[in-house]
Ligand binder design. Structure first.
Ligand code: HEC
Length: 164
């Protein structure tokens, strides 16, 4: 359905992806609006795959982090993560900078709606085309499986940074 509408718009020469936004994830979660304006909770570097990650929070998440109320995180909090391939800065090679967008992913706290998955809804969109990740809704088991080591921290790895 969505795909057909997009084809139609593309035929009219409109930028369909911009007009309609990304398709929802297989579990029905839609790309959180306005995440590009969210504030920083932390940054991570993964040395095994050379990626840089900016962890962002919506207003509810930022407020909770600053008040230290993150176990559990409050309903309405959304944590976003934008992942980039990192490479040496051309004028200063010991500095690593983001060079290509890989994916954006989110954890949405809603203890009622997502009670079967620890109170969090998980979703990921791949690449510049923002393709929803996962063949069907069972993809969340992959997310939860790897987040299990931090189950006692409300499933969240990120330690929000403290500014003076
Ligand atoms: C292979 C293990 C692994 C898998 C699979 C995984 N994550 Fe994570 N996730 C991590 C680690 C480690 C971090 C913290 C370090 C970082 O940013 O990479 C993290 C961080 C996050 C964060 C920032 C909040 C936090 O917990 O620090 C979000 C949002 C997130 N993951 C979403 C997802 C979603 C959505 C999926 C499934 C589509 C997923 N993750 C699957 C390991 C994983």
């Amino acid at each position: 359905m969505h795909g057909l509408i997009k084809m139609g718009l593309a035929g009219l020469g409109l930028a369909a992806a911009t007009a309609l936004g990304a398709d929802p994830a297989p579990n029905g979660i839609t790309l959180p609006e306005g995440y590009k304006d969210w504030r920083v909770l932390s940054v991570h570097h993964r040395s095994d795959n050379g990626t840089l990650r900016a962890v962002l929070g919506n207003d509810v998440a930022i407020k909770a982090a600053r008040e230290g109320k993150t176990n559990p995180w409050p309903d309405g909090a959304i944590i976003g993560k934008t992942v980039f391939k990192g490479d040496k800065h051309d004028r200063f090679p010991t500095a690593t900078e983001p060079v290509a967008f890989v994916h954006a992913e989110f954890m949405i706290k809603d203890s009622k709606r997502f009670k079967d998955t620890g109170g969090w809804g998980y979703a990921r969109w791949l690449g510049a085309e923002q393709k929803p990740y996962g063949k069907d809704a069972s993809f969340v088991q992959e997310c939860i499986g790897c987040h299990t080591p931090v189950k006692d921290r409300d499933w969240v790895f990120t330690h929000p940074v403290k500014l003076p």
